[in-house]
Design a protein around this ligand. Sequence first.
Ligand SMILES: [Zn+2]
Length: 454
Amino acid sequence: MNDLDAVKMKKSGIANIGYTASTFLHLPQMNTTNLIDPNPMPFNPDPSPNSTPNSVKSEVAAFVEIAGKMLGHSKSFNQTNCSASSHTSPFIQIAAEANSVRSVSVVVGEGNKTKTGNSGGSSVVQVEPVQDFSKLNKSDINELFAHPQLLSHTQLNLLRSVQKKQQLHPQRYRDDYLRHSSILLLSNGWSSAQRYSMCSVPNLVNRSGQCKLHKFCPYCCFLEKQTALARYVPVYDSGNWFFMTGSFTGDLHMTGISSYFELQSYWDAYKLSLQQVVKEGLVRGVFWTEELAVNSIAPVQVLPHIHAIVESSDLSDGVVHGIRDLVARNLRAALGPDCLPANIQIKSLNSQRKLLSHTQYLLKPIRLVKAYDAAWSRAVHDNRTGAIRLNSETTDLVLGYSAASTDRTKINYAGNLSPKTKAYIGTRESERDDAREVVAQVMGEGVDYIELED
Ligand SMILES: [Zn+2]
């Protein structure tokens, strides 16, 4: 349909989803002049009335593959993206953008009660929509908006708010921001939802508009990252720098919101140890952040840890073993013998560029999308078995992490890296503008996270 009106199609697709409770995917007749691959016809180009595709999944995957090529989005719309029956968002986007596709509507639904057929030379897949909030894919904002009847007004407003924000500030809120946000915002009971969704919206009380939820908000982490870079990168020559990852061997299995309070003892074990070694003069200064790695959901397996920039004349094996022993002792005192052993990795930051890239690495919010998607692929099947548990555990994770960390600062300082001490060696507030220029120069040399792996 060369005269496809993209906006109209998008609206009609969403209207179908919302109001008729069933929608369609008309596999298109292809305009082959627009294809990168001249012979990509994995679905039957001339279906007989009784032909039935092998499965919804393969049919949809074939469509996405071809539509992706036509749109130059083969990476975004590859088969992986639709390997689970829930990944419906590409189709809505394709419908909105595919002006070279001759006949397109939209398919969305949970994949049970699937009907297949054909219509007017195009295959048709008809799928029932999701019937229950607890079975929605929370990382798929298009699926969420396609089921407004399952969401409360508050939930819809929160989602619209982050979506609008990303449209207004695409550079601030990028990558998987919407997917990350919808997982957070649909965790019912998360007390920071409103504040998070209003980040970058100034008001009388909060003139900058920043939410400052550094454990969750990527943009506020970005701002804090700029501050940290300006503080330490320009004074590289004034110190001897190390990067430290203070973690534990194994991971913790979380079984409910209250189980997350145990994380505090793990972060405290490092906090107390780092403060102690600074006090004893074994290292001169430390700047560190507390993090929680989400290794799995359903079951939830997490690993509390810290990342630190350390300034010290030396960070010998002896000092590192000393820190490790202190951590173990602190942890045993808090939790008894049944706790994870400490695991410390140290790297020398022997260039200004490395100091820059490792400081950047310190400031990032919790990452949920990867574990959520992995669990969805693993545990949620065509009839959405497993989605209820996954969503329930994800909500517990957000609420539990939030509750356990609410009285803690993610960003911590000790010794000469603390702006509040006399011994502070970093950039003073008055020199901040010059410092930002130095950072920009070093940044211009090229920074690569691969440096973290060497
Ligand atoms: Zn924010």
